[in-house]
Design a protein around this ligand. Sequence first.
Ligand SMILES: Cc1cc2nc3c(=O)[nH]c(=O)nc-3n(C[C@H](O)[C@H](O)[C@H](O)COP(=O)(O)OP(=O)(O)OC[C@H]3O[C@@H](n4cnc5c(N)ncnc54)[C@H](O)[C@@H]3O)c2cc1C
Length: 425
Amino acid sequence: MARKKLVMVGNGMAGVRALEELLRLAPDRYDITVFGAEPCGHYNRIMLSPVLANEMDIDEIFTHHPRWYEEQGITLYTSKVVTKIDRQRQCVIADDGTEAHYDRLLLALGSLPRVLPISGNTLDGVTTYREVRDVHHIMNAARKHRRAVVIGGGLLGLEAAYGLSRHGMEVTVVHLNECVLDRQLDGKASRLLQQYLKHQGIEFLLSRQVAALEGRDRVESVRFDSGEQISADLVVMAAGIHPRIALAKEAGLHCKQGIVVDDCLQTFDPKIYAVGECVQHRGQVYGLVAPLYEQARVCANHLAEIGISRYEGSVLSTSLKVTGISLFSAGDFKGDESTREIVFFDVADSVYKKLVVKDDRLIGALLYGETNDSRWYLDLIRSSRSIAAIRENMVFGRVFCESDEVSFQNMDTDPNHDSAQTSWQ
Ligand SMILES: Cc1cc2nc3c(=O)[nH]c(=O)nc-3n(C[C@H](O)[C@H](O)[C@H](O)COP(=O)(O)OP(=O)(O)OC[C@H]3O[C@@H](n4cnc5c(N)ncnc54)[C@H](O)[C@@H]3O)c2cc1C
């Protein structure tokens, strides 16, 4: 059978995972061409944070060198940005004029970091945090300068702040809301986390709106809408992302917040598929790798023309890559009037666990300080099975629930948990 042509645009986490799955399922189905805007092979983007924190070397995060593509018979174009999809001629065109024809096109374009539309956002020393080149930029600045401000107290902002503090910089995290990581934690867990990070030397300015960045050529200060001002010679913007949809939109593909796909990851043009952060599926866009890997697996199945799997959405879970912190949240951990909460709080050891239950099903979990059972809670949430039989002990973890010898009463006298409170709320 003659090979078809597959072109993939975007050489990031979701795209490369889809390629790997496809090569496993149907290694000879396609002649594959990949366009990547970055000047390198493929790397594990989530490991940029350990690199920034000096816990890993940059070379360690490169997982697919150009040699790998060569060995798979894949044509890899690096430093080439695809600027046009010609759907009539079934080809893509890059910024340098390179063209590639396709029978199937896979868009895996990721997101663009949000740059705050404020004056001073193009000054030297102002950067986003998304790619290898951003990490080089930030690490160079950390060698020469002292005061860093990170805008955004989400996962990315806190990882950036931690990394910068490991370089000996004075770091202040500025966040719009009154709690950091407010999408992943509740107020109590957020305060525990903030306390820990303060001990690491990171300062916080919460409930603050940045009005402008000031300086001549290089940034010198951050001004808030209250008029308050703080000094800075490096500003890292970690204030959210936008799915990259411009290319698809210009080609007339249906886009909302992301490129709209069905359960097979097919766009409104049946020859074009899309995966990753650029995608909107059942109204949802994702910014974490686990759901993107699930999309990649299903998409590969369809590209391989097996066509039996469907992507139905993902239950999200989060953790933070800051040494010394164990943190996990998944599902609906905030709850509402229709849900019940099981809470365990060990003040002395800063261990906090909150489970949210609805109709005898676990629908959300938040763990701070001890996360050994995170996988188990995630499975309970995903499987949606009844937890009626283990509800009383569930907060103490899997081993406790599955052990016949240990009774609930024993736990109350456990010397390691003498300051623990467990309550239904
Ligand atoms: C520092 C950092 C830490 C993170 N940590 C975590 C974590 O711990 N856990 C987690 O779940 N998630 C984490 N994330 C998020 C995770 O990395 C993303 O969800 C994931 O990378 C998205 O994969 P993607 O393939 O959709 O996009 P990307 O990985 O961004 O890949 C898209 C690629 O497409 C390229 N591209 C875009 N447009 C074009 C074009 N027109 N032509 C050619 N190439 C193009 C881009 O340059 C990019 O290389 C982290 C992100 C960052 C930045």
